[in-house]
Write a protein that binds this ligand. Sequence first.
Ligand SMILES: [Zn+2]
Length: 349
Amino acid sequence: MSVNKYLSWHGNEWRQLWDAPAGLPHALLLAGPAGVGKSHFAAALVQRILCEAPRQAADCACGECTSCRLFAAGNHPDFRHVIPEAEALEAEGEGAADAADKKKASSQILIGQIRALESFVYIGGHLSNRRVILLEPAEAMNPSAENSLLKILEEPPAGVCFVLVSDRWRRLLPTIRSRCRTLMFGRPGAAEARQWLAAQGGEKALPLLAMTGGAPIRALDEFEKGRMKAFEDVASSLFDNGGDFLALAGRWESHLKKDGGFKMEDIVAMVQKGLFDLAFLAMTGRLRFFEGRERQAEAIAARADAGNILGYYGELLRARALASHPLNPRLFLDDIAARYLRAIAPARP
Ligand SMILES: [Zn+2]
């Protein structure tokens, strides 16, 4: 029987949760960067809350009771997993939904999905009185869904636990955040992350570890989705390009178009990491995200103006919010490429 486990580097967060004298809250927010293991933790947590025979308070679920069996089979009557429709279709796999359905499917969590929980939370549980709702990613809720959830959280029914998982928790309504106990999740140490990745058979994904900011689950996921080449090429383009912004934007665009390719936000994030590394290199003599490209980066950093680099880094932080829905993706990329090249251009003597 399968038992869901949190990842080894989140042992402190796990114990913190079960050792709290007040017991489990009605709502928990698992917050932290993408790809560090929050979903593993959430699955372990949900199974453990519902488990009928946990051995010790701070142990994982038993994996053998009726509840654990139902959970493993994916049809526990006292559990609801709320995710955006688009992700549900993707999880069903190729061919399960036609292209038109996929296009229509929302990438948000909608108010109807939250309203549908009402009958579930206000009626007692089936196996015990416990019921658990996992909202993932919580920031995918649109404003009306958030308001609808807030109404439930204001007077939470006994025995109900909401688990919200979020990479971008600052986007959640402050009133929702204030009703949750927040657990912050960090990245594993570099050695531990490499070890985990290798143990999953992801040795080849190791170069992605630094590029994803030390998030091993994200690195493995990108590798399995076949995005290694895209990452490598965008990384190369940052330090080795002919200085022509149209060519640079075109190179990035080619990775957007392919099925399963980059999202616009991924490109913006990569450009941002490139600028970070150029500034980091000037200060520390090494690269954080793009290890192995020191030689090309040094050539740029030696001639560029550090103020321009940091200035554009700040601008991109704001541009990232717009990146999910640019009116014209190509113009958006042209603009980013032109400004990136200006930021890294040799400083005037
Ligand atoms: Zn169990």
